[in-house]
Design a protein around this ligand. Structure first.
Ligand SMILES: [Zn+2]
Length: 482
C-alpha cells in the first residue's frame, strides 16, 4: 500500500515539476520575445516612430536627448537647441529666414531637413561612459548633428539676390550632386512658426509660404525648355545639327501666331543661332516637325513624367504631354516651353548638371554626414551616380550652344566676371496676359581649375530672364567661386 502511495506522490511531484518547467519556459520565452522586440524597436522600429511627425509621444526621446544641430558645409550652425526665458528647451534658427525651406522647422509638425533627419538628430553617439554618466545624473545626452552640403555665403548671395521677388534658386555641384544653395520665396522665420502658423496656413493666406518652390513648385519652363527640344531634334536627326531657318519675327501654326521676343526678326539661322537667340519661330518650326512619340520618349529619357532620382524630399515630377491628338499650335508652344509642360527648378538644375558632367547625372543630396558631439563622423553620405542621360556628343553641342548664349546671345550683356559660363535664359508666360512673365536662367559656370557649379533661377513675374535671373545667377557663381 505504502509503496503504491509513494509511487503516487512521486508521480504528482513529477507532474508539478513539469508544470513549473513549462511555466518557467514560458516566462523565458515571453521575456526573450520582449527583449528581442525592444532591441528590434531600437534598431529598426524607432526610426519610423521618431520619423512620424504626428507622433504625440515624440517627447519621449527628447526627454533623454538634446536634439542635435544642423550645420552648413563650412561649419556654421543653422539650427540648434536652446532655452527660453523659463528654461524650456526651444529650437533656434540663428539665421532666421535664410535657410528656412532647406532646413525646415520643428513645431507644428516638422518639415525640411528637420523632418528628414529627425531620427539622427535625436540619437546620440556620445561615448558610452558619458551616456552612462548622463543617465545616472539625469542629464540629457547631446544628440548627433547633421552637416549639410550647403555653403553659407552662396546661400546668402542667392537669398539676398532674390530681393522682393517670389521664386527659387538652386545650385548643385555637377560632379557630386551636392546642393550648395537652395532658396525659396516667399520665406518665413522658423523661430516664430508656431506664433504665425494660422496666418501662414489659414484660408486667408494668399501665398503658399511653406512650399519649397525650389523642389516642389510646377512652373512653365519657357525658353529654358529649348534644351530638351534641341536634344529631341538631335535624336531624330542622328545627332546631325544641320538646320536652317529664316526668322521673320513670327511663325504661324494653323491660325495661331508665335512671336519672337519683341517681334524681332532673327533672319537666317542655324541651330546654334536659333538656340543662342532663343528664337521662338525656329523652335516652333522644329517642334511641329518632330515625331511626337519620339519627342515624348526623349523628354522621358531626360527624366520627365517620372520620379526624379534625388535624396531630397517632396520633389515635384516634371510633366510633359503631347500625343497624336494634340493641336499643332499646342505642340508649337510646347516646343518653346509653354503649353502643358511644367518643371520644378531642381529638375532644370539637374538637367544642366548632367550637361556640365558630360551627360552623367549625379543624384542631388543635401545631408552630407552625421557627426557626434565630439565632431567625429558617425555616418557619411557619398555621391550617388544615377547614370548617363545624354551622350557625350550631345553635351558637346549643347555646351557650345549654351556658351554662345552667354558670349553672343540673349545673356551677352550679363557680367559673369572671369568665369566661363554656359546657360540658357527663359521668359515664361504664365497667364493669358502675355506681358506677365517669369524670369529664368539655367546654366553652369566653370573656373580656371575646372570646378563647376550648376544653377537654376526663377523670379516670378520679373520679366526677361536675361535682365533678372541671369544677373542673380552671376552673383551666386561669384560667391561660390570666390
Ligand atoms: Zn526668331
Amino acid at each position: 500500500m505504502k509503496k503504491h502511495a509513494d509511487t503516487n506522490s512521486s508521480h504528482k511531484k513529477r507532474k508539478v515539476r513539469k508544470e513549473i518547467y513549462l511555466i518557467a519556459f514560458l516566462f523565458v520565452l515571453i521575456f526573450g520575445v520582449m527583449i528581442y522586440s525592444y532591441v528590434d524597436f531600437l534598431n529598426n522600429g524607432s526610426k519610423d516612430f521618431i520619423y512620424n511627425k504626428y507622433n504625440s509621444r515624440f517627447s519621449v526621446f527628447s526627454d533623454e536627448i538634446v536634439r542635435g544641430n544642423i550645420l552648413t558645409a563650412d561649419g556654421k550652425t543653422i539650427a540648434t537647441t536652446g532655452h527660453d526665458d523659463e528654461g524650456n528647451e526651444i529650437r533656434l534658427y540663428p539665421d532666421e529666414r535664410l535657410f528656412c525651406h532647406a532646413v525646415g522647422y520643428v513645431g507644428k509638425g516638422m518639415a525640411g531637413l528637420e523632418s528628414q533627419y529627425s531620427f539622427d538628430l535625436l540619437r546620440s553617439h556620445s561615448t558610452l561612459e558619458e551616456q552612462i554618466n548622463n543617465s545616472l545624473t539625469g542629464t540629457k545626452s547631446q544628440g548627433d548633428s547633421l552637416v549639410t552640403t550647403l555653403d553659407y555665403e552662396t546661400q546668402k548671395a542667392a537669398f539676398s539676390g532674390m530681393g522682393l521677388y517670389d521664386g527659387a534658386v538652386i545650385a548643385i555641384e555637377p560632379d557630386t550632386g551636392k546642393v550648395v544653395a537652395m532658396v525659396s520665396k516667399p520665406d518665413y522665420d522658423p523661430n516664430t512658426i508656431d506664433k504665425y502658423w494660422d496666418d501662414m496656413t489659414g484660408e486667408d493666406s494668399t501665398s503658399s509660404v511653406l512650399l519649397n518652390r525650389a523642389t516642389s513648385a510646377a512652373y512653365p519652363p519657357g525658353s529654358t525648355f529649348k534644351i530638351v527640344t534641341t536634344i529631341a531634334y538631335l535624336r531624330q536627326h542622328e545627332g546631325n545639327p544641320d538646320y536652317s531657318f529664316n526668322c521673320k519675327g513670327y511663325f504661324d501654326v494653323e491660325d495661331y501666331r508665335i512671336h519672337c521676343s519683341g517681334n524681332k526678326a532673327h533672319g537666317s539661322e542655324d541651330l546654334m543661332a536659333a538656340f543662342s537667340n532663343s528664337c521662338n519661330s525656329a523652335y516652333a518650326n522644329i517642334g511641329v516637325n518632330l515625331d511626337r512619340q519620339k519627342y515624348v520618349q526623349t523628354a522621358e529619357d531626360l527624366l520627365m513624367n517620372g520620379e526624379l532620382p534625388t535624396k531630397l524630399s517632396n520633389v515635384k515630377s516634371p510633366k510633359f504631354s503631347i500625343d497624336e491628338d494634340t493641336e499643332e499650335s499646342i505642340v508649337a508652344q510646347t516646343a518653346i516651353g509653354q503649353g502643358q509642360t511644367s518643371v520644378s527648378p531642381i529638375y532644370m538644375c539637374m538637367l544642366v548638371s548632367a550637361i556640365a558632367n558630360d551627360g552623367i547625372l549625379m543624384e542631388p543630396y543635401i545631408g552630407d554626414k552625421i557627426v557626434n558631439a565630439e565632431n567625429e563622423t558617425v555616418t557619411e553620405y557619398k555621391p550617388t551616380e544615377y547614370g548617363r542621360i545624354m551622350s557625350q556628343e550631345e553635351t558637346e553641342l549643347l555646351n557650345s550652344y549654351m556658351e554662345s548664349v552667354v558670349m553672343d546671345g540673349t545673356a551677352k550683356k550679363v557680367d559673369f566676371g572671369d568665369l566661363t559660363v554656359y546657360g540658357k535664359t527663359g521668359t515664361a508666360e504664365y497667364t493669358s496676359d502675355k506681358s506677365l512673365t517669369h524670369s529664368w536662367f539655367v546654366g553652369y559656370a566653370m573656373n580656371e581649375s575646372g570646378k563647376k557649379l550648376a544653377v537654376a533661377v526663377i523670379m516670378e513675374g520679373a520679366g526677361y530672364g536675361s535682365k533678372y535671373a541671369a544677373p542673380l545667377a552671376s552673383k551666386v557663381f561669384d560667391s561660390y567661386f570666390r
